[in-house]
Design a protein around this ligand. Structure first.
Ligand code: ZN
Length: 177
């Protein structure tokens, strides 16, 4: 997986289509106002986060939406995000979501916390595996996760995976003498 910076570029650039053409130096004119006027084609930009995740094969937006609908907790959170009606006293299972209720949104049936996709329970293990490709270690895996996905106790889950991963433990620096 590419660095966070490269991924941010990819995210930004994924909104555009390119036609790459060679032009010799003598053919390059100075840019003028008209050549820089926005194109009238007003296609709706795709949901950036979902595009990014889908194109990197971590997630398929439709699959996540389907898993969210089937998830006993997330299906209810989704309903609350869409229609409101958050309880005054949240039961324990709802608390992590209730605390973030003002930053939760949904797009095409996928829950988002800020720009992070809320991953349904059945998909968490799979996503952890993807985040951990290349064995980047605990700190980097967490940083990567923070930029794209979230679920309650995700940091703990990442620590568990990395600690129980033999290649990661072997490549860890030796403790100081
Ligand atoms: Zn590892």
């Amino acid at each position: 997986m590419a660095s966070a910076r490269i991924r941010r570029w990819a995210l930004k650039l994924s909104n555009y289509n390119y036609r790459i053409q060679f032009k010799g130096t003598h053919e390059i004119a100075n840019a003028d106002c008209l050549s820089r006027l926005p194109c009238p084609d007003e296609t709706v930009p795709r949901q950036e986060e979902l595009v990014l995740l889908t194109e990197q094969c971590i997630l398929n937006a439709e699959a996540v939406a389907a898993e969210t609908r089937r998830d006993p907790v997330l299906s209810q959170v989704l309903r609350l995000v869409q229609h409101g009606g958050w309880p005054v006293e949240s039961p324990d299972w709802l608390k992590p979501y209730a605390a973030r209720r003002h930053e939760l949104s949904q797009t095409a049936g996928v829950l988002l916390w800020g720009h992070r996709v809320v991953i349904p329970t059945v998909a968490r293990k799979r996503v952890l595996g993807e985040l951990h490709v290349g064995h980047p270690g605990i700190v980097k895996t967490k940083a990567l996760a923070r930029s794209i996905v979230w679920w309650p106790k995700i940091d703990e889950d990442i620590s568990t995976v990395v600690r129980s991963c033999a290649p990661c433990q072997e490549s860890r620096g030796a403790p100081p003498h």
